[in-house]
Design a protein around this ligand. Sequence first.
Ligand SMILES: Nc1ncnc2c1ncn2[C@@H]1O[C@H](COP(=O)(O)OP(=O)(O)OP(=O)(O)O)[C@@H](O)[C@H]1O
Ligand SMILES: [Mg+2]
Length: 449
Amino acid sequence: MTVRLWPRSLAWRTTLIVLAGLALVQVAGLTIHALDRRDLIRIAEAQEAATRVMGLYRVVVLSTPDELVARVKGLDLPPDMTAVLSDEPPGTGLARVPVEIQRILRLSMQLVPLPQQLRPRESRILWDEDAQRVVIGMRLPDGRWLSVSEHPPPARLLHEPGFFAAFLLMTVAAALLLVWAARRLTAPVRVLAAAAERLGRDVNTPPLPETGPSEVVAAATAFNTMAARIRRFVADRTFLLTAIGHDLRTPITRLKLRAEFIDDDELRTKFLADLDQLEAMVSSTLQFGKDISGTEPVAALDLPALLRTVLDEAADAAPDHASALSYEGPEHLTIHARPLAVKRAIANLVGNALAYGGAANIRLLPPAKDAKIPLARVEVADDGPGIPPEMMERVFEPFQRLETSRNRETGGTGLGLPIARNILRAHGGDVTLANRTGGGLVATAALPV
Ligand SMILES: Nc1ncnc2c1ncn2[C@@H]1O[C@H](COP(=O)(O)OP(=O)(O)OP(=O)(O)O)[C@@H](O)[C@H]1O
Ligand SMILES: [Mg+2]
């Protein structure tokens, strides 16, 4: 298993990037601070060393020439200091000390009060690499050299114990602030995603508020415009459909009246039967238009209860088929949908199963736990002849019927499946058909919960 270092969400990615940048800036700042501090410490140390060295020199230079050697030998020195008297200046095997440090040391040495004639006539400042000591050679008035070496204390650059605590606190505070800010800034993206999801289920979903930063307002406005166009498109289509259906009614009624004047009895009966069928198609079309206009509000409903009602009503309508109806599934499952529309869609599937398959066995499958969009599935199965595979999609087209010979017997107009599909798709679901292996058809309706 690979460890995910690069987070998926925009908020966490932003936080990570800014935090990394901040850490980089912090480290750079700390380095600058440490370097600056090192210089300060160096100056302070040089001044301290110069004072001590000049103190020694003073003791030595103020003694008489006879006592000199004994004085140097008898000096009470701290463990990291040595002092030697020699005829030659120090220098062999020693390295140079940076000029600025030499300058600081010399300056500090001059600040130590001493009469002019007693001051060192010459001085050498060198670095003993092996012993890690600074060696300062000073020429005494008699020409000999006093060489003092001493150990510089290691410069502790980040020595405050509270320093790291403060650093940590600052980083944690910055991280918290960043997480908060990033989540706040990316919230509109989540809102937009949720709105798009809602629009998929319900075109009449309320518009997004057009407030906030300019980019968010622009995105919300664009989204609302798109939603309005979709709504208008659906409304135009529905309007056209119902207008045609409505306008056909009057001529059909007129035709019916005129058909009554046909003398031939047989011809008149056929004429009237055809007109009855035409009228049924028109009223189905009007109903279709009403169903897809989606004016019914979305509500929480118990799906198993709705399925049972559909079965009960089917049993009432066809009492001899009552034993061929069954329900299998959970006792309760709440979904959010338009109750009447969903009921109509399921009733169409059950009606088909009874009319063409002589049975309607409903099975309800609750949504899978790990599903991205949780869909409840309603399976309506029968024991009929099923549908030839090449017709499986065509039966969803309006007025598409398979056996016209069964027309009279079932009285269908071929709008049941298109209506069911329209309703379910408007909810963000769908309906599909499949032949069962043991014979019969199963219609599966998927519905977001
Ligand atoms: N369960 C089924 N078994 C076999 N054929 C089916 C089944 N369901 C539908 N069909 C076929 O699909 C066609 C279209 O079905 P649809 O429900 O759209 O219209 P309809 O039942 O003919 O009329 P309506 O439902 O509008 O009264 C049906 O005419 C039928 O031939
Ligand atoms: Mg039907």
